[in-house]
Design a protein around this ligand. Structure first.
Ligand code: CUA
Length: 318
């Protein structure tokens, strides 16, 4: 197979197919422009060479104006189309389709830690099912990393202090290289891994066979107890604290007047730095868990709080 065909024949995700079509489209457009300009340059060079009998008078005024307006408008619309095409692809890369399987990624010097919703954990490996949208919720424990899977045409910075997101839907099983593509210190070049795309049944079997049988939400419930969250957020609490049942996905009025959606990012900041995310009507009683709860704890706590949103609500603290 020739190299060009190999480059485009084996896109493993829907995003890769789209990215490659944009790349090809822009290339084709550039080649067409190149050919038109080349033909005109060579043609005019031949026609108007020194001593030729070509007519050298001025162009009729209307002709030069029409041509000018015509080609400017045409290329403007092509450029706008390319802008729309590429930017809509980029925007859709940030919002996973509803019902996507959610996998947490924590980057640190110098490894990738992966947490699956069923509780399986792995390092420098990401197993994922075929044909299902997979949403990656990512953060870093130390410096900026960047989650890069060239075969998926997918690259997203992983930033300490916040969650970033990306998603993919694999259409072809296989094992693909994972890199860190943001210089993050001594062993940056060794911060690599593999993404393994399996048939959904194989993925389910794989996830079940992992030693850590507890789901991420179960791990979160354990952290909820061990970090003492139930002392205030539990049913028997003496301190007034916002209820957690049904919190996830709701709209929260904050003490500073803002209203925010209780999503992963909000819950993460509310746990690690509650002063910045205090709910209206409650005293600033909660200590910051920055440095106390690790990013993995936080991801598990968020998954636990999320599980409380689904009716019937689970007891908040046990
Ligand atoms: Cu992590 Cu470079």
């Amino acid at each position: 197979m020739n190299p060009l065909a190999r480059l485009f024949s084996a896109e493993p995700t829907t995003g890769a197919v789209r990215t490659d079509s944009i790349f090809l489209g822009v290339c084709v457009f550039a080649v067409v422009i190149l050919l038109v300009v080349l033909v005109l340059v060579v043609g005019f060079t031949a026609v108007y060479r020194r001593g030729s009998r070509a007519r050298r008078g001025e162009l009729p005024k209307w002709l030069s104006r029409e041509i000018e307006i015509g080609w400017t408008t045409a290329t403007l619309f092509v450029a706008l189309f390319i802008f729309w095409w590429a930017s809509s692809a980029q925007f859709s890369q940030w919002t996973a389709p509803p019902g996507a399987l959610e996998i947490h990624v924590v980057g640190r010097q110098w490894m990738w830690k992966i947490q699956h919703p069923g509780g399986a954990r792995e390092i420098n490996m990401l197993h994922a099912p075929l044909g299902v949208p997979v949403r990656l919720v990512m953060t870093s424990q130390d410096v900026i990393h960047s989650f890069y899977v060239p075969a998926f045409r997918m690259k997203q910075d992983v930033v300490p202090g916040r969650y970033t997101e990306t998603w993919f839907k694999a259409v072809r099983p296989g094992t693909y290289d994972l890199y860190c593509s943001e210089y993050c210190g001594l062993d940056h070049s060794a911060m690599t891994g593999k993404v393994v795309i399996m048939a959904p049944g194989d993925y389910a079997r794989w996830a079940r066979s992992q030693p850590e049988g507890d789901s991420l939400a179960d791990q979160g419930r354990a952290s909820f107890v061990s970090l003492g969250c139930g002392g205030c957020h539990g049913p028997a609490a003496k301190v007034p604290a916002p209820p957690l049942n049904g919190l996830f996905g709701s709209q929260v009025a904050l003490a500073d007047g803002r209203s925010v959606a209780a999503d992963e990012s909000y819950l993460r900041s509310a746990i690690l730095d509650p002063a910045k995310a205090r709910v209206a009507g409650y005293p600033p009683a909660m200590p910051a868990y920055q440095g106390v709860a690790s990013e993995e704890d936080t991801a598990a706590l968020v998954a636990y709080i999320r599980s409380l949103a689904a009716p019937p609500a689970v007891e908040a603290a046990r």
